[in-house]
Design a protein around this ligand. Structure first.
Ligand code: RIB
Ligand code: CA
Length: 315
């Protein structure tokens, strides 16, 4: 059993990741969820995760975090997720529940420090909350197992040629986390794309139970971009770190030095992956695990098995 806290900007793919983690509660104990501005305003993404938690009737605490990056202007991804951050689920009832009264970084500090076991943090959005947590309460570092994140790319980009959204949105926060010496596992864009869910596979969720139909509604909206581009699949980005926690053997990866570009005009937020050999660089003292590819067959097996299981549990 691994204790996890999920931090993200739900967001269609963040919610799918949350559902798959929840559906594997025999392996992953979700201690809490902290929200950060990214796909939409922090108030919206907080409402979104509370809506999903209420809909399932589970008791997972939520704490709201930062509403803007450390230094940069807030950059919304409403283009992909809609103004609410979870368009396509507007017919699901809003939650009456309030988020925890603590700010996300106090909530994170408390949950991590009060647990005798270490905690793994799964990040699915900009790293604003995690950067401030590590700077304000450095004592948490020895209680963090590792941070498994949807972050960056080996060589591609979705915001700029070489910059992925979560890193682009708050590159200064990303630099603080990458320089923190906490062990990081990066689910890069390349790994996410290699594990895309086929549109035809997504259709099978429609005839499932309560949770499968929720996932269908979420992916129906989220896949518009793929459909409009004539693709046959959708990269459910944030699912990837959760699949890594459940089945690391499905992944090809390299351990290497990774730095965050904060001064680039054309490379803002680039994860500079340096896998040059010892001829050129000193051995890296805190290599990051860079996930490059996933066995799509193995990922989809876990994905659909989880939803079938959840349909039995959450009626
Ligand atoms: O670049 C993809 C990432 O940005 C995902 O986490 C998605 O939810 C958005 O936050
Ligand atoms: Ca996200």
């Amino acid at each position: 059993m691994r204790n996890i806290i999920m931090d993200g900007d739900p967001g269609h793919d963040d919610v799918i990741a949350f559902l798959v983690a929840l559906g594997n509660s025999d392996r992953l104990k979700i201690k809490g969820f902290t929200t950060v501005a990214g796909n939409a305003a922090v108030e919206n993404v907080t409402k979104n995760i509370l809506k999903i938690i209420d809909y399932l009737g589970v008791d997972i605490p939520v704490a709201q975090g930062y509403g803007s990056p450390l230094c940069r202007e807030f950059y919304s991804a409403a283009k992909f997720h809609g103004e609410t951050g979870l368009d396509g689920c507007l017919n699901y009832p809003e939650s009456e529940r309030q988020a925890d009264s603590r700010h996300a970084i106090i909530f994170l500090r408390d949950l991590i420090m009060e647990d005798p076991e270490k905690t793994t943090i799964v990040t699915m959005g900009p790293l604003t909350n995690i950067a401030v947590l590590l700077k304000t309460f450095p004592e948490v570092k020895e209680k963090i197992e590792e941070i498994v994140m949807m972050a960056g790319s080996y060589a591609s980009g979705n915001m700029l040629a070489k910059s992925e959204f979560n890193m682009f949105a708050d590159p200064d926060a990303a630099k603080i986390v990458f320089d923190s010496k906490v062990h990081l596992v990066l689910a890069t864009m390349e790994a996410c794309y290699s594990g895309g869910i086929l549109l035809s596979e997504q259709e099978t969720l429609k005839d499932g139970g309560k949770v499968s139909r929720l996932a269908y509604d979420i992916l129906k909206f989220y896949s518009r971009y793929a459909i409009n581009n004539g693709w046959d699949r959708t990269a459910v980005y944030d699912l990837t770190p959760v699949i890594y926690l459940l089945a690391p053997e499905l992944f090809e990866y390299k351990d290497m030095r990774v730095d965050i570009e904060t001064d680039g005009v054309y490379t803002r937020g680039m994860t500079v992956c340096d896998d040059r050999g010892p001829t050129y660089i000193e051995p890296c003292k805190d290599p990051k695990r860079v996930l490059l590819n996933v066995d799509r067959e193995g990922l989809t097996k876990i994905f659909f098995k989880t939803f079938r299981k959840m349909d039995e549990v959450y009626q």
